[in-house]
Ligand binder design. Structure first.
Ligand SMILES: O=P(O)(O)OC[C@H]1C[C@H](OP(=O)(O)OP(=O)(O)O)[C@H](O)[C@@H]1O
Length: 281
């Protein structure tokens, strides 16, 4: 039965947005709706224009008989900046200040709308880069990793501080976390990363960078490659961080009696002229 264009557009949008970074063939849509490929191509032209003009993402179209469409989510710089400014306002509430120069943010990282925007924002940085797996360490980095993996449509894996029997055989590394200033251990199931795979390392917070450094060491142990590093917030740190290149949404400047939250380096890391050029025709 032939499906009307208005109904096709609604269903195609849902189908593509639920499968980011995956090519969906013209043939699939043609058979799904009982419509000619020429009609589907016209539908995709409408979708492409609307998704871009509304700042939802890119719709890459691949021509030819084996062609199709691939939805690439991104968040425009203005929307990203508004989101981060809103988070800064929330985190600047006095009762969030914790001893040792920390800020309570676990409630924010439990809100679906915050996690969605964090996922979209970090996925924007990697919209044209190959990422095979997202890696984080238990515990507070997990919801962030899940959201980013959702928008990149790749698996996420979790390094743990204590080996669990359910993880099977594991690879472990020792590292010094600036937050605890003691030697820590993290372990990752041997099934987690394939050799030469490109791994995006993420966490909720980076202070001395030792935890991220530990995850970088784990990636090296698996003969995989670090595709990038992203953290929700970076803390102020007097020492020398071992993490050369990373993206942060927030920067938390904390002393024993005061905390100031400012935007991290996401704007210059993500909205480069080259990447912005991908957003426009
Ligand atoms: O940059 P560093 O100085 O290494 O510190 C950043 C660590 C410390 C903290 O984790 P914890 O609070 O230790 O662990 P959890 O996430 O389980 O709360 C945070 O989530 C990062 O993983």
């Amino acid at each position: 039965m032939k499906v009307r264009r208005s109904d096709r557009l609604i269903d195609m949008t849902r189908y593509l947005l639920e499968r980011p970074h995956r090519l969906v063939s013209l043939t699939f849509f043609s058979e799904r709706y009982g419509s000619a490929k020429s009609s589907i191509s016209e539908d995709l032209t409408i979708l492409k224009r609307t998704l871009k003009s509304r700042g939802t993402g890119l719709l890459e179209t691949v021509p030819g008989a084996a062609g199709g469409a691939r939805f690439i989510p991104y968040i425009p710089e203005k929307e990203a900046t508004q989101f981060v400014d809103g988070v800064i306002e929330s985190l600047s509430e006095a009762d969030r200040f914790l001893p040792g120069g920390y800020v309570y943010m676990s409630d924010l990282l439990g809100r679906p709308n915050v996690l969605r925007q964090v996922g979209r924002l970090i996925a924007t940085q990697y919209l044209a880069d190959q990422v095979d797996t997202v890696l984080t360490v238990a515990t507070k980095g997990i919801p962030i990793a899940q959201s980013i993996s959702d928008y990149l449509n790749v698996p996420f894996v979790i390094a743990r501080h204590d080996s669990q029997i359910t993880e099977g055989s594991t690879v472990s590394v020792n590292y010094v976390s600036g937050s605890s200033s003691r030697i820590e251990k993290m372990a990752l199931s041997k099934r987690s990363l394939a050799p030469d795979s490109r791994v995006l390392i993420v966490d909720d917070f980076m202070k001395g960078g030792g935890t991220v450094g530990g995850m970088q060491s784990l990636v090296k142990e698996f003969d995989a490659k670090v595709a990038g590093v992203a953290v929700f917030a970076e803390g102020s740190f007097a020492g020398e961080r071992r993490v050369p290149n990373y993206t942060s949404l927030l920067k938390i400047h904390a002393t024993n009696d005061h905390v100031e939250v400012t935007p991290g380096n996401f704007a210059e890391q993500i909205y480069t002229p080259e990447r912005l050029a991908q957003f426009v025709d």
